[in-house]
Design a protein around this ligand. Structure first.
Ligand code: SAM
Ligand code: SF4
Length: 335
Protein backbone atom coordinates (compact mmCIF):
# COMPACT_ATOMS: atom_id res chain seq x y z
CA UNK A 1 0.00 0.00 0.00
CA UNK A 2 1.36 3.44 -0.85
CA UNK A 3 1.16 6.41 1.44
CA UNK A 4 -0.01 9.41 -0.57
CA UNK A 5 0.93 11.95 2.07
CA UNK A 6 4.36 10.79 3.06
CA UNK A 7 6.34 9.50 0.12
CA UNK A 8 9.39 9.05 2.33
CA UNK A 9 7.75 6.54 4.67
CA UNK A 10 8.43 2.92 3.75
CA UNK A 11 6.25 -0.16 4.15
CA UNK A 12 7.92 -0.88 7.53
CA UNK A 13 6.87 2.51 8.92
CA UNK A 14 10.32 4.09 8.69
CA UNK A 15 10.47 7.78 7.79
CA UNK A 16 13.44 8.89 5.74
CA UNK A 17 14.61 12.34 6.73
CA UNK A 18 18.25 11.92 5.81
CA UNK A 19 19.63 12.05 2.27
CA UNK A 20 23.24 11.29 1.45
CA UNK A 21 24.33 12.66 -1.89
CA UNK A 22 27.41 11.35 -3.64
CA UNK A 23 28.91 14.14 -5.71
CA UNK A 24 31.59 12.27 -7.59
CA UNK A 25 32.80 8.77 -8.43
CA UNK A 26 36.48 9.70 -8.35
CA UNK A 27 38.82 10.04 -5.41
CA UNK A 28 42.32 11.24 -4.55
CA UNK A 29 42.87 8.10 -2.42
CA UNK A 30 42.46 4.42 -3.35
CA UNK A 31 41.33 2.69 -0.15
CA UNK A 32 41.48 -1.04 -0.78
CA UNK A 33 38.17 -1.76 0.98
CA UNK A 34 36.38 0.89 -1.08
CA UNK A 35 37.90 1.03 -4.55
CA UNK A 36 38.80 -2.11 -6.50
CA UNK A 37 42.47 -2.29 -7.50
CA UNK A 38 41.58 -2.11 -11.18
CA UNK A 39 39.49 1.04 -10.57
CA UNK A 40 35.81 1.40 -11.41
CA UNK A 41 33.99 2.09 -14.65
CA UNK A 42 33.33 5.83 -14.41
CA UNK A 43 30.09 7.29 -15.69
CA UNK A 44 30.46 9.62 -18.67
CA UNK A 45 30.36 13.23 -17.48
CA UNK A 46 27.02 13.79 -19.19
CA UNK A 47 25.50 11.08 -16.98
CA UNK A 48 26.50 12.84 -13.77
CA UNK A 49 24.21 15.26 -11.99
CA UNK A 50 25.01 18.91 -12.56
CA UNK A 51 24.87 21.22 -9.58
CA UNK A 52 21.48 22.48 -10.75
CA UNK A 53 20.16 18.91 -10.91
CA UNK A 54 21.57 18.11 -7.47
CA UNK A 55 19.77 21.14 -6.13
CA UNK A 56 16.46 20.30 -7.88
CA UNK A 57 16.47 16.72 -6.61
CA UNK A 58 17.54 17.75 -3.09
CA UNK A 59 14.79 20.38 -2.99
CA UNK A 60 12.17 17.75 -3.81
CA UNK A 61 13.38 15.57 -0.95
CA UNK A 62 13.37 18.54 1.41
CA UNK A 63 9.80 19.38 0.36
CA UNK A 64 8.85 15.88 1.47
CA UNK A 65 10.54 15.95 4.84
CA UNK A 66 14.30 15.54 4.47
CA UNK A 67 16.03 17.63 7.15
CA UNK A 68 19.59 16.37 6.83
CA UNK A 69 21.81 16.18 3.78
CA UNK A 70 25.32 14.76 3.84
CA UNK A 71 27.65 15.17 0.88
CA UNK A 72 29.94 12.30 0.11
CA UNK A 73 31.62 10.53 -2.80
CA UNK A 74 34.26 9.43 -3.97
CA UNK A 75 35.93 12.45 -2.51
CA UNK A 76 33.37 15.28 -2.60
CA UNK A 77 35.98 18.03 -2.24
CA UNK A 78 37.71 17.20 -5.53
CA UNK A 79 34.58 18.08 -7.46
CA UNK A 80 35.37 21.45 -9.09
CA UNK A 81 31.97 23.02 -8.47
CA UNK A 82 31.78 22.02 -4.79
CA UNK A 83 31.61 25.70 -3.71
CA UNK A 84 28.48 26.34 -5.75
CA UNK A 85 26.92 23.02 -4.68
CA UNK A 86 27.44 24.01 -1.04
CA UNK A 87 26.04 27.47 -1.68
CA UNK A 88 22.92 26.13 -3.40
CA UNK A 89 22.21 23.44 -0.80
CA UNK A 90 22.81 25.90 2.04
CA UNK A 91 19.69 27.77 0.90
CA UNK A 92 17.57 24.73 1.81
CA UNK A 93 16.28 24.31 5.39
CA UNK A 94 18.54 21.35 6.19
CA UNK A 95 21.49 20.40 8.32
CA UNK A 96 24.27 20.17 5.75
CA UNK A 97 27.28 17.99 6.50
CA UNK A 98 30.10 16.29 4.65
CA UNK A 99 32.15 13.09 4.68
CA UNK A 100 35.67 13.58 3.37
CA UNK A 101 39.08 11.97 3.44
CA UNK A 102 40.31 15.44 4.49
CA UNK A 103 43.38 15.41 2.23
CA UNK A 104 42.58 18.91 0.91
CA UNK A 105 39.96 20.07 3.41
CA UNK A 106 42.22 22.82 4.79
CA UNK A 107 41.48 24.77 1.57
CA UNK A 108 37.75 24.68 2.28
CA UNK A 109 37.48 25.82 5.90
CA UNK A 110 35.98 29.22 5.08
CA UNK A 111 33.59 27.94 2.45
CA UNK A 112 32.34 25.16 4.73
CA UNK A 113 31.77 27.63 7.54
CA UNK A 114 30.12 30.18 5.25
CA UNK A 115 27.60 27.54 4.17
CA UNK A 116 26.74 26.37 7.65
CA UNK A 117 28.54 23.01 7.56
CA UNK A 118 29.30 22.10 11.16
CA UNK A 119 29.66 18.31 11.14
CA UNK A 120 32.48 16.65 9.27
CA UNK A 121 33.25 12.95 9.12
CA UNK A 122 36.80 12.06 8.14
CA UNK A 123 38.16 8.66 7.13
CA UNK A 124 41.37 7.60 8.83
CA UNK A 125 42.11 3.91 9.20
CA UNK A 126 45.52 4.04 10.79
CA UNK A 127 47.59 6.32 12.98
CA UNK A 128 50.70 4.91 11.38
CA UNK A 129 51.87 6.67 8.18
CA UNK A 130 53.16 3.48 6.54
CA UNK A 131 49.94 1.61 7.19
CA UNK A 132 47.93 4.57 5.95
CA UNK A 133 49.92 4.43 2.69
CA UNK A 134 49.29 0.69 2.44
CA UNK A 135 45.51 0.95 2.83
CA UNK A 136 44.96 4.14 0.79
CA UNK A 137 47.72 3.48 -1.77
CA UNK A 138 48.73 7.14 -1.33
CA UNK A 139 51.22 9.07 0.90
CA UNK A 140 48.81 11.53 2.49
CA UNK A 141 48.86 10.59 6.17
CA UNK A 142 50.30 13.84 7.49
CA UNK A 143 47.86 16.01 5.61
CA UNK A 144 44.88 14.03 6.86
CA UNK A 145 46.15 13.86 10.44
CA UNK A 146 46.95 17.58 10.57
CA UNK A 147 43.65 18.46 8.95
CA UNK A 148 41.73 16.54 11.60
CA UNK A 149 43.50 18.66 14.24
CA UNK A 150 42.76 21.78 12.17
CA UNK A 151 39.05 20.98 11.82
CA UNK A 152 38.75 20.50 15.56
CA UNK A 153 40.58 23.75 16.21
CA UNK A 154 38.29 25.56 13.78
CA UNK A 155 35.27 24.43 15.80
CA UNK A 156 33.80 21.70 13.59
CA UNK A 157 32.24 18.59 15.12
CA UNK A 158 34.58 15.88 13.88
CA UNK A 159 33.98 12.16 13.64
CA UNK A 160 36.80 9.94 12.46
CA UNK A 161 35.75 6.79 10.60
CA UNK A 162 38.11 3.83 10.85
CA UNK A 163 37.29 0.63 8.98
CA UNK A 164 38.83 -2.22 10.96
CA UNK A 165 40.41 -5.20 9.28
CA UNK A 166 41.92 -8.32 10.84
CA UNK A 167 45.68 -8.37 10.93
CA UNK A 168 45.86 -4.82 9.66
CA UNK A 169 44.64 -2.23 12.14
CA UNK A 170 42.77 -4.05 14.89
CA UNK A 171 45.86 -3.57 17.05
CA UNK A 172 45.29 0.19 16.80
CA UNK A 173 41.88 0.21 18.47
CA UNK A 174 43.29 1.34 21.78
CA UNK A 175 45.63 3.90 20.15
CA UNK A 176 42.59 5.38 18.43
CA UNK A 177 40.76 5.55 21.75
CA UNK A 178 43.78 7.29 23.33
CA UNK A 179 43.58 9.74 20.43
CA UNK A 180 40.27 10.92 22.00
CA UNK A 181 41.90 11.65 25.36
CA UNK A 182 42.71 15.29 24.63
CA UNK A 183 40.70 15.76 21.45
CA UNK A 184 36.92 16.21 21.61
CA UNK A 185 36.28 14.06 18.55
CA UNK A 186 34.46 10.76 18.10
CA UNK A 187 36.35 7.83 16.59
CA UNK A 188 33.96 5.39 14.97
CA UNK A 189 35.10 1.85 14.35
CA UNK A 190 33.32 0.45 11.31
CA UNK A 191 32.89 -3.24 10.64
CA UNK A 192 34.33 -4.00 7.20
CA UNK A 193 31.38 -4.40 4.82
CA UNK A 194 31.07 -6.29 1.52
CA UNK A 195 30.80 -4.34 -1.73
CA UNK A 196 31.62 -5.18 -5.30
CA UNK A 197 35.34 -5.66 -5.89
CA UNK A 198 36.56 -5.20 -2.31
CA UNK A 199 37.51 -8.85 -1.69
CA UNK A 200 35.45 -8.95 1.49
CA UNK A 201 35.25 -12.02 3.52
CA UNK A 202 33.88 -12.43 6.97
CA UNK A 203 37.23 -13.53 8.39
CA UNK A 204 38.77 -10.11 7.60
CA UNK A 205 36.11 -8.27 9.58
CA UNK A 206 36.61 -7.18 13.19
CA UNK A 207 33.25 -7.48 14.92
CA UNK A 208 31.58 -5.30 17.53
CA UNK A 209 32.13 -8.05 20.11
CA UNK A 210 35.82 -8.31 19.25
CA UNK A 211 36.28 -4.55 19.43
CA UNK A 212 34.65 -4.48 22.87
CA UNK A 213 36.96 -7.31 23.97
CA UNK A 214 39.96 -5.12 23.21
CA UNK A 215 38.34 -2.24 25.07
CA UNK A 216 37.42 -4.39 28.07
CA UNK A 217 40.93 -5.73 28.42
CA UNK A 218 42.54 -2.28 28.28
CA UNK A 219 40.17 -0.32 30.49
CA UNK A 220 38.29 -1.14 33.67
CA UNK A 221 34.49 -1.37 33.76
CA UNK A 222 34.34 1.93 35.65
CA UNK A 223 36.33 3.70 32.96
CA UNK A 224 34.08 2.61 30.07
CA UNK A 225 30.98 4.77 29.87
CA UNK A 226 28.11 3.79 27.54
CA UNK A 227 26.71 7.01 26.07
CA UNK A 228 23.16 7.69 24.96
CA UNK A 229 22.91 7.10 21.20
CA UNK A 230 21.13 9.78 19.18
CA UNK A 231 17.81 8.79 17.54
CA UNK A 232 18.49 6.99 14.21
CA UNK A 233 22.14 6.68 15.21
CA UNK A 234 23.99 3.96 13.32
CA UNK A 235 26.59 3.66 16.06
CA UNK A 236 26.83 2.46 19.64
CA UNK A 237 28.60 5.23 21.52
CA UNK A 238 31.05 5.03 24.40
CA UNK A 239 33.67 7.11 26.08
CA UNK A 240 36.50 6.61 28.51
CA UNK A 241 35.91 8.44 31.77
CA UNK A 242 37.81 11.72 31.76
CA UNK A 243 38.58 11.67 28.02
CA UNK A 244 37.47 14.70 26.02
CA UNK A 245 36.32 12.66 23.05
CA UNK A 246 34.38 9.45 22.60
CA UNK A 247 34.34 6.34 20.45
CA UNK A 248 31.64 4.34 18.73
CA UNK A 249 31.07 1.15 16.82
CA UNK A 250 29.16 0.84 13.57
CA UNK A 251 28.21 -2.80 13.35
CA UNK A 252 26.34 -3.12 10.05
CA UNK A 253 27.45 -6.72 9.69
CA UNK A 254 27.01 -8.34 13.11
CA UNK A 255 24.42 -6.02 14.61
CA UNK A 256 22.57 -4.06 11.93
CA UNK A 257 20.64 -0.95 12.90
CA UNK A 258 18.08 -1.23 10.11
CA UNK A 259 15.05 -0.85 12.42
CA UNK A 260 15.67 2.85 12.83
CA UNK A 261 17.17 3.51 9.40
CA UNK A 262 16.18 6.94 8.06
CA UNK A 263 18.68 7.13 5.17
CA UNK A 264 18.39 7.28 1.44
CA UNK A 265 21.28 7.61 -0.97
CA UNK A 266 21.62 9.44 -4.24
CA UNK A 267 24.56 8.42 -6.40
CA UNK A 268 26.56 10.91 -8.47
CA UNK A 269 24.80 9.66 -11.61
CA UNK A 270 21.42 10.36 -10.12
CA UNK A 271 20.31 6.90 -9.00
CA UNK A 272 18.36 6.57 -5.77
CA UNK A 273 19.45 3.71 -3.55
CA UNK A 274 17.03 2.88 -0.77
CA UNK A 275 19.74 1.04 1.18
CA UNK A 276 23.53 0.86 1.20
CA UNK A 277 23.24 -2.86 0.49
CA UNK A 278 20.50 -2.74 -2.09
CA UNK A 279 21.33 -4.02 -5.56
CA UNK A 280 18.49 -2.12 -7.20
CA UNK A 281 18.41 1.57 -8.05
CA UNK A 282 15.85 4.07 -9.24
CA UNK A 283 16.78 6.50 -11.97
CA UNK A 284 15.86 9.98 -10.74
CA UNK A 285 18.18 11.80 -13.12
CA UNK A 286 16.66 10.46 -16.34
CA UNK A 287 13.19 11.11 -14.95
CA UNK A 288 14.17 14.69 -14.18
CA UNK A 289 15.84 15.20 -17.55
CA UNK A 290 12.80 13.96 -19.43
CA UNK A 291 10.74 16.60 -17.67
CA UNK A 292 8.79 14.23 -15.48
CA UNK A 293 8.13 14.55 -11.79
CA UNK A 294 10.47 12.45 -9.65
CA UNK A 295 8.09 11.98 -6.71
CA UNK A 296 6.44 8.76 -7.97
CA UNK A 297 9.88 7.23 -8.61
CA UNK A 298 11.02 8.19 -5.11
CA UNK A 299 7.87 6.80 -3.54
CA UNK A 300 8.16 3.49 -5.37
CA UNK A 301 11.82 3.14 -4.39
CA UNK A 302 11.12 3.90 -0.73
CA UNK A 303 8.22 1.42 -0.69
CA UNK A 304 10.49 -1.27 -2.07
CA UNK A 305 13.01 -0.93 0.75
CA UNK A 306 13.77 -4.21 2.49
CA UNK A 307 13.49 -4.43 6.25
CA UNK A 308 17.12 -5.46 6.70
CA UNK A 309 20.30 -4.82 4.66
CA UNK A 310 18.79 -4.80 1.18
CA UNK A 311 17.28 -8.24 1.79
CA UNK A 312 20.51 -9.81 3.08
CA UNK A 313 18.88 -10.32 6.44
CA UNK A 314 21.15 -13.07 7.72
CA UNK A 315 24.92 -13.42 7.97
CA UNK A 316 24.63 -16.45 5.68
CA UNK A 317 23.10 -14.30 2.94
CA UNK A 318 25.68 -11.57 3.47
CA UNK A 319 28.38 -14.15 2.85
CA UNK A 320 27.05 -15.08 -0.60
CA UNK A 321 29.21 -13.09 -3.05
CA UNK A 322 26.56 -13.19 -5.74
CA UNK A 323 24.25 -11.14 -3.50
CA UNK A 324 26.64 -8.26 -2.73
CA UNK A 325 28.50 -8.36 -6.05
CA UNK A 326 25.30 -7.14 -7.69
CA UNK A 327 25.77 -3.96 -5.72
CA UNK A 328 28.16 -1.17 -6.72
CA UNK A 329 31.63 -0.60 -5.34
CA UNK A 330 31.48 1.65 -2.30
CA UNK A 331 33.36 4.42 -4.08
CA UNK A 332 30.35 4.92 -6.37
CA UNK A 333 27.75 4.64 -3.60
CA UNK A 334 29.09 7.08 -1.08
CA UNK A 335 29.17 5.38 2.32
N1 SAM B 1 36.01 9.93 0.48
C1 SAM B 1 35.22 10.17 1.63
C2 SAM B 1 35.77 9.44 2.84
O1 SAM B 1 36.57 8.53 2.66
O2 SAM B 1 35.39 9.78 3.95
C3 SAM B 1 33.75 9.87 1.46
C4 SAM B 1 33.35 8.61 0.75
S1 SAM B 1 33.73 7.09 1.57
C5 SAM B 1 33.05 5.92 0.45
C6 SAM B 1 32.59 7.11 2.93
C7 SAM B 1 32.86 6.15 4.04
O3 SAM B 1 32.66 4.83 3.59
C8 SAM B 1 34.26 6.20 4.61
O4 SAM B 1 34.21 6.49 5.99
C9 SAM B 1 34.79 4.82 4.39
O5 SAM B 1 35.63 4.41 5.43
C10 SAM B 1 33.53 3.99 4.32
N2 SAM B 1 33.71 2.73 3.63
C11 SAM B 1 34.13 2.54 2.36
N3 SAM B 1 34.17 1.21 2.06
C12 SAM B 1 33.78 0.56 3.17
C13 SAM B 1 33.62 -0.83 3.50
N4 SAM B 1 33.88 -1.78 2.63
N5 SAM B 1 33.21 -1.15 4.75
C14 SAM B 1 32.94 -0.18 5.65
N6 SAM B 1 33.04 1.15 5.39
C15 SAM B 1 33.47 1.50 4.18
FE1 SF4 C 1 38.27 7.54 -1.48
FE2 SF4 C 1 36.81 7.61 0.73
FE3 SF4 C 1 36.79 5.44 -0.82
FE4 SF4 C 1 38.97 6.02 0.52
S1 SF4 C 1 36.97 5.52 1.44
S2 SF4 C 1 38.89 5.44 -1.67
S3 SF4 C 1 38.96 8.18 0.56
S4 SF4 C 1 36.03 7.41 -1.36
Amino acid sequence: MTNEKNILQDSHGRDHGYLRISLIERCNLRCTYCMPEEGVQLSPKSHLMTYEEIYEIAKTFVNHGVTKIRLTGGEPLIRKDIPVILEKLATLPVELSITSNAVIIDKFIDILKANGVKKINVSLDSLDAAKFKHITRRHEFEKVYNNILLLEKEGFTVKVNAVLMKGFNENEIIDFIHFTKDLPISVRFIEFMPFDGNKWDMSKMVSYAEIMNYVNTSFTKDQIVRLQDAPNDTSKNYKIEGYKGSFAIISSVTNPFCDSCNRLRLTANGQLKNCLFSSTESDLLTTLRTGNTIEPVIQKAVQAKFKIRGGMDTLEKLQQPKLHNNNRSMITIGG
